[in-house]
Design a protein around this ligand. Structure first.
Ligand code: SF4
Ligand code: SF4
Length: 337
């Protein structure tokens, strides 16, 4: 019964509407009390990509988190809230995202993923997992529904990637450079840290090119819940496809020569008007594909594995993801068939 997926409408982040919609979504899959028992330590794993105001629709909305905190308390659980941005200062991120205020008002700790432990999946892949995640009796995954330049969308499955602390995440992009392998790695990770419950914040999502950090906020008006992260992603994706939501058009995986692939693939490009020369992009790039020409990053596209960590972590949003005209033509032909 608890593996069912439920969808509930929710148009705003007003407290009353949120609580009512969350109850409606949860009651269809057994209610919060079927996932949380009295006295259990419950970690609410938010999507805290960086220091973004809630209106940007980059991170799980703080009022969404507050409503889930209330429901966990009602069920007798002991909630905490946590996540670890790839590069941003975690304390600043938690403050700007509105989590510290909500946690303070609800008397709940915000946990920073500053300790870790290595865990091996059944097929031998090793993951560095935040200790706070491993210490929880129950993990409630609270993703935001957004487009994503690497994976197409980011939702419940991808949000668990945040259980790998901070900048360690970037190393996995080097180990698994293709889109297909990255998705397989996420499924292995899900086997190591499987959330007890997934509740997706798709009240306001993010659409279009630039996701997951600088796409356009888009009202979707939905909350989705399930025990099964893959299933909730699939069902919500199908529901959103019926709307005018603007998805990213990804190149299909193709076995083509390296040089052609380098021409066709989307690539990071710096906007010199926005770049301040902080060099964070070079630190985050584990492929050593970035050097500096005067203060600006220069990309070695032969080394670049298109993980787009540099774009994700640039504090000025100065790195854009672009395709050239040839790629656009090839891609539109591929889509037409
Ligand atoms: S592109 Fe962004 S991260 Fe890189 S140096 Fe410029 S401002 Fe810093
Ligand atoms: S240059 Fe950017 S997109 Fe390319 S490998 Fe480095 S971090 Fe990833």
């Amino acid at each position: 019964m608890s593996e069912r997926i439920s969808l509930a409408k929710c148009a705003t982040y007003e407290a009353e509407e949120l609580l009512s919609s969350l109850r409606q979504a949860l009651v269809q899959i057994g209610g919060m009390s079927s996932f949380v028992k009295p006295g259990q330590k419950v970690l609410l794993k938010v999507n805290m990509l960086g220091a973004y105001h809630p209106d940007k629709a980059v991170t799980t909305h703080p009022e969404f988190v507050r409503a889930v905190i209330k429901l966990v308390k009602e069920a007798g659980g002991i909630p905490s809230v946590g996540d670890s941005p790839g590069f941003a200062n975690p304390k600043k991120a938690a403050e700007v995202c509105g989590y510290l205020k909500v946690c303070d008002e609800e008397n709940v700790p915000f946990v920073y993923f500053d300790q870790q432990k290595t865990i091996q999946s059944l097929n031998g892949r090793r993951f560095n997992i935040a200790q706070a995640v491993l210490d929880a009796d129950v993990i409630i995954n609270l993703p935001k529904f957004k487009t994503h330049e690497l994976t197409g969308i980011t939702c419940a499955v991808k949000n668990m990637f945040g259980c790998i602390p901070g900048i360690l995440k970037a190393e996995y992009h080097v180990k698994v450079p293709t889109r297909a392998d990255f998705n397989l790695m996420l499924l292995d990770l899900l086997e190591v840290v499987r959330p007890t419950l997934n509740i997706v914040d798709a009240v306001m999502g993010m659409e279009g090119v630039g996701g997951p950090h600088s796409g356009k906020p888009k009202q979707i008006g939905l909350i989705a819940a399930s025990k099964d992260a893959e299933a909730v992603d699939r069902v919500l994706l199908e529901a959103v496809k019926k709307t005018d939501f603007e998805f990213i058009k990804l190149l299909p995986e193709m076995k083509i020569p390296k040089i052609i692939r380098a021409i066709l693939l989307e690539k990071p490009v710096v906007d010199k008007k926005k770049c301040t020369g902080c060099k964070i992009c070079g630190q985050v790039c584990k492929s050593e594909a970035i050097s500096y020409h005067s203060k600006y990053p220069k990309f070695n596209y032969n080394k670049c594995i298109r993980c787009f960590c540099c774009a994700e972590m640039c504090p000025e949003h100065a790195i854009e993801v672009r395709r050239n005209w040839l790629a656009k033509v090839v891609f539109s032909l591929a889509r037409a068939h």
